[in-house]
Write a protein that binds this ligand. Structure first.
Ligand SMILES: Cc1cc2nc3c(=O)[nH]c(=O)nc-3n(C[C@H](O)[C@H](O)[C@H](O)COP(=O)(O)OP(=O)(O)OC[C@H]3O[C@@H](n4cnc5c(N)ncnc54)[C@H](O)[C@@H]3O)c2cc1C
Length: 386
């Protein structure tokens, strides 16, 4: 059973307040703009400690336990624009965990500390045009020349891509094939040879900027390598655990909110001479979804507690994969039913349900598609590789 202290609950109120005051009032404008001002928002989050919850105090982190990450995820999931929640989680749980875990002291001072303060915006650059689910297929190369890496390649669908000050880049650093011979390299985006090829238009998460990035003979010091040369794939797989967990935590946050808003709507809206919510079909459907979200939230809490308790890494991998798989599927269902019970107005751009429906589609694709989660779970169950 998860044990929240008064401190966790106070922190929950703090995150809820910053989402209500600093994000939700701007949600419509940022959706319209197709980008949100990360360099304005992130320092406000940094000042509240949100961007470095579990990181060492030496670099400005809070040194807090993982339950604080759970609380932050659930509350940030309530953003009325999924793009901002995603972008913030890139900063906290996708681009920085490996740097914190494996990076040198100097690298952490230069890149992690300002990211925790919100002064620098970070991005994670793994996916390429020919390598998404199959990370082992990536082609971006970093060739050593003295004390520098010379980097050439392309990265695709990179969140925060037009605003990032640095990237955690996964590149090939040797001729070994497959998952061997890759390294994680911190790449400042003001390095000559780096460019944003294009900002991508997309179905949902529209307040978040997603970009294609190009690297042409870009030179970065070898000392910017995170951890050991050649261990990038393994380090990135570990970093994906954080990504999958925060995505699951955020998803139950937004599903609880979406169902509450829909229940309020069906209690008010009249049809056939009575509130929509008087129909047993609607009551039962919403009750069932509430039950499923509650089960998933309880499972998420068990995942978070398992991490606090230091259970073995394979158990965490399995739990994170299950949480991510089930969140992606359930969020699609919840978004669909919320729109259904709003009827025509739910289909209108002016109603929150249409954005939520679009935003909810990503979770089953990004950060490891549902099928990649199933693959991991199948392998861990001894079913072999598919
Ligand atoms: C809005 C958005 C933001 C993103 N942000 C980032 C980011 O910041 N950094 C980053 O590096 N990447 C990012 N991505 C990339 C994302 O992680 C990939 O899109 C995802 O991993 C899937 O890769 P792919 O698109 O190449 O699909 P593919 O690998 O081409 O797969 C296509 C589909 O095939 C199915 N599939 C794949 N493998 C299997 C299998 N073994 N068995 C059965 N079915 C399978 C799945 O349904 C999958 O959706 C982002 C993507 C989007 C859309």
């Amino acid at each position: 059973m998860t044990t929240f202290t008064d401190e966790h609950e106070m922190f929950r109120a703090t995150v809820r307040d910053v989402v209500d005051k600093e994000v939700n009032p701007h949600a419509d404008a940022w959706e319209q703009a197709g980008v949100f001002p990360a360099h304005e928002l992130f320092p406000k989050l940094g000042a509240l400690g949100i961007l470095g919850l579990e990181y060492d105090t030496e670099y400005g982190g809070q040194g807090a336990d993982h339950l604080f990450t759970l609380v932050y995820g659930e509350e940030f999931g309530r953003c009325h624009t999924g793009g901002v929640a995603m972008a913030v989680s890139v900063q906290t749980d996708m681009a920085t965990p490996a740097l914190h875990r494996f990076g040198s002291h100097e690298l952490k001072q230069r890149f992690l500390a300002p990211a925790i303060r919100g002064e620098m915006v970070a991005a994670i650059a793994v996916t390429e045009p020919d390598a998404g689910s199959d990370v082992a297929g990536l082609r971006t190369r970093a060739v050593r020349d003295g004390d520098e890496w010379v980097i050439n390649g392309t990265k695709l669908y990179i969140t925060n891509g037009t605003q990032a000050d640095w990237l955690c880049l996964l590149a090939r650093t040797s001729d070994e094939g497959g998952h061997r011979g890759m390294s994680q390299i911190i790449v400042p985006t003001d390095t000559p040879g780096f460019s944003v090829s294009r900002k991508l238009d997309k179905l949902g998460q529209r307040s978040s900027d997603t970009a294609e990035l190009s690297f042409v003979d870009m030179r970065v010091p070898v000392e910017n390598t995170v951890g050991d040369v050649g261990r990038g794939f393994q380090q990135q797989m570990a970093q994906f655990q954080n990504e999958r967990l925060i995505a699951a935590y955020m998803s139950t946050g937004n599903m609880v909110d979406a169902l509450a808003r829909t229940i309020a709507y069906v209690r008010e809206r009249q049809a056939f001479g009575r509130p929509l919510g008087d129909n047993q079909w609607i009551q039962f459907k919403l009750a069932e979804l509430v039950a499923e979200v509650d089960l998933l939230r309880t499972y998420n809490h068990a995942c978070a507690q398992a991490i606090v308790d230091g259970v073995d890494p394979l158990t965490v991998t399995k739990m994170a994969s299950i949480a991510k798989l089930k969140s992606g599927r359930l969020q699609r269902e919840v978004a669909d039913w919320c729109m259904q019970f709003h009827g025509g107005v739910g289909y209108m751009e002016e109603t929150w349900t249409s954005r939520y429906f679009r935003d909810s589609r990503l979770l089953s694709i990004g950060g490891g598609a549902d099928e990649v989660m199933l693959r991991i779970i199948a392998q861990l169950e001894g079913l072999g590789g598919a």
